[in-house]
Write a protein that binds this ligand. Structure first.
Ligand code: HEC
Length: 250
């Protein structure tokens, strides 16, 4: 082999991989055209819209600025690439208490529409957060029983998240073994004036003081609660039909 052949071989082997892995997906995914539901196959009709609610943009910035993506992913992988759908409530809920349906699905490119960067994450030290806004309320509802109203469940889920952000190791019900960092600097300790605030955390303080979430903590929790990526996708985009969902725990 002479040098020319070597250089050509090198360029081809890296060049083809670069085209296939970087260039082609970039042009395919940067401006995806809308996908329609198919009548007769999908329950919905019209065009598929990703849903979004809450103070999403501010919270997304707080999420990014605090490096949550270093340990948390936001992508439910195709079953071919990993058994994310089999992890408890990562891809959605196995049994949605409202609809009685299995809402689990893989992530798709529309789940990141409108964001500057898709927060797919660097490593997975903690659980995937793509559906954390479903999972925490579902857990609370399960513990609270059928009598809890939607408002109560929502409030308790927010309180759980505030405590978790303040210090995940506060109690065994949170996780006293957790290695999720404490973000207590997103909270304020202040003197109680008049009544204790509704959203003061249930933590021990000096007498007469209370700990309340600051603006950033509020935006972040609102963002986390908005992470519900389990709305039904058109069948043409659903690569996770029921029989492919592995059901292993952990
Ligand atoms: C050093 C790695 C690391 C960083 C950085 C990190 N986390 Fe975590 N996180 C974890 C681990 C590990 C767990 C699992 C243990 C637990 O539940 O506390 C976890 C759990 C969680 C949970 C509970 C998820 C569930 O399904 O029960 C939430 C919510 C969460 N983290 C949010 C965040 C947010 C928001 C940030 C950024 C402000 C963040 N984490 C930063 C490691 C991290």
């Amino acid at each position: 082999m002479n040098f020319r052949q070597f250089a050509l071989g090198l360029t081809l082997s890296f060049g083809i991989a670069w085209l296939a892995v970087v260039v082609v997906p970039f042009f395919k995914l940067r401006n995806p055209s809308p996908v329609s539901y198919t009548e007769g196959i999908d329950e919905n009709t019209g065009i598929y819209h990703p849903k979004r609610a809450g103070r999403v943009t501010n919270g997304y910035e707080v999420y990014a600025a605090n490096g949550c993506y270093q340990c948390h992913t936001q992508v439910v992988r195709n079953t071919d690439a990993g058994n994310d759908l089999g992890r408890p409530d990562w891809g959605g809920l196995k049994l949605d208490a409202d609809t009685g349906k299995d809402t689990r699905r893989e992530s798709n490119v529309f789940d990141y529409a409108g964001l500057d960067f898709a927060p797919i994450g660097v490593a997975r030290l903690g659980p995937d957060l793509m559906n954390v806004g479903r999972r925490i309320p579902a857990r609370i509802r399960e513990a609270a029983g059928p009598d809890a109203t939607a408002g109560e469940v929502d409030g308790a889920a927010r309180d759980w998240l505030y405590l978790h952000l303040y210090n995940p190791r506060l109690s065994p019900e949170l996780r006293d073994w957790s290695s999720c960092p404490s973000y207590s600097f997103l909270f304020e300790e202040r003197e109680i004036t008049g009544q204790r605030s509704d959203d003061a955390l249930e933590v021990a303080t000096e007498p007469g003081m209370e700990i309340v979430p600051g603006d950033k903590a509020r935006a972040l929790v609102s963002y986390l609660m908005s992470l519900k990526h389990d709305n039904p996708v058109p069948a043409s985009m659903d690569y996770s039909p029921a029989d492919k969902k592995g059901d292993t725990e952990g």
